[in-house]
Design a protein around this ligand. Structure first.
Ligand code: NCD
Length: 321
């Protein structure tokens, strides 16, 4: 690792990651560069003890497969260990304990806390309760910054840049936290953001205004076929059923968009189809075998990206005698 990269990496040492906007462009690039080097370690072909003796708490108060398991894999691959809450029902929250108290206590058991919680703002609250770094693994319809880092890693692996691309964000732009975080990063790197969603699931005005304020190239393209023809990246999302206040609102939009091999017939050859997963019918399985499908690579890159992030935040393992 060159000295400059080491210095930039060190700047994340001991810090929280609540929103993607907590990271500068240089810090994001440093994490992505470091993640590239972590790929052989994530594949298990080289061992590492960079987190030996370190404990990372996984506090998951909402369902998760990829996020929790890729974080756990990242910790184990670096020689650290995990304390895991995978089922909120099995904790003292059931007895009425506040999130603040749970996190405060957890921060005395672990060196960092990875938190997923249904309430927007939970990670910010947790960062105040904890004197150890808190990493937001999804707070309600708020933010999902580590997903954005791995999304960016996937795009950069294919295009070798994050600038000047046309990225279509498709689907639930109202409740989807992955797109809320990703849009800010795309704006920061100077890619064009094209919004395609059912009217009821439009990107909320507060994000539109803030993104425009930041100079984002942002526009709506309600016609899916037109959007697909222009796209370098088509980022598909699941309708966030669990966040709808009213089941009838969900029923009004379910099944309103779907990508299959036919939808992609006029796509650019280099188009990448991405999805944070899980998919629930938005991408047909006939896309999986096309060169456009990038979502399984995206899911794998979760491990080296989270390894790079954890190493940057938790720093080198204490020296062994
Ligand atoms: C996403 C999430 O939890 O926000 N999943 C993930 O972390 N890969 C997307 C989703 O659940 O739709």
């Amino acid at each position: 690792m060159d000295g400059d990269l080491a210095a930039r990496r060190m700047s994340l040492h001991g810090r929280d990651l609540v929103s993607i906007r907590d990271l500068s462009r240089e810090e994001i690039v440093a994490v992505l560069d470091s993640a590239r080097k972590m790929v052989p370690l994530a594949e298990g072909s080289r061992p590492s003890d960079a987190l030996q003796g370190r404990i990372v708490a996984m506090a998951f108060f909402e369902p998760s497969t990829r996020t929790r398991l890729s974080f756990e894999s990242a910790v184990h691959r670096l020689g650290g260990s995990c304390l895991t809450i995978a089922d909120a029902g099995a904790t003292s929250l059931r007895k009425g304990e506040s999130l603040y108290d749970t996190i405060r206590m957890l921060s005395s058991y672990a060196d960092a806390i990875v938190l997923r919680h249904p309430q927007e703002g939970a990670a910010r609250l947790a960062s105040r309760a904890s004197d150890r770094p808190v990493i937001n693994a999804g707070d309600g319809a708020g933010q999902h910054p580590t997903q954005t880092l791995l999304d960016l890693a996937t795009i950069r692996e294919r295009f070798d840049t994050l600038a000047g691309l046309k990225v279509v964000l498709l689907g639930d732009l109202k409740y989807g936290r992955t797109v809320h975080s990703l849009a800010y990063a795309l704006a920061e790197f100077g890619s064009e953001i094209i919004l395609t969603s059912p009217e009821a699931l439009r990107l909320p005005d507060e994000h539109r205004e803030e993104l425009k304020h930041l100079g984002a190239k942002l526009r709506d393209e309600p016609d899916l076929d037109k959007a697909v023809r222009q796209a370098d990246v088509l980022y598909v999302t699941r309708i966030q059923k669990e966040r709808f206040p009213d089941e009838s609102e969900y029923r009004a939009v379910v099944g309103s968009y779907r990508i299959d091999a036919h939808t992609l017939r006029e796509a650019k050859p280099q188009l990448m189809v991405m999805h944070p997963l899980p998919r629930a019918g938005e991408i047909a399985s006939d896309v999986d075998g096309t060169p456009h499908a990038a979502y399984f690579r995206q899911a794998f890159l979760a491990v080296p990206v989270r390894m790079a992030l954890l190493q940057a935040i938790l720093g080198p393992a204490p020296r062994r005698r």
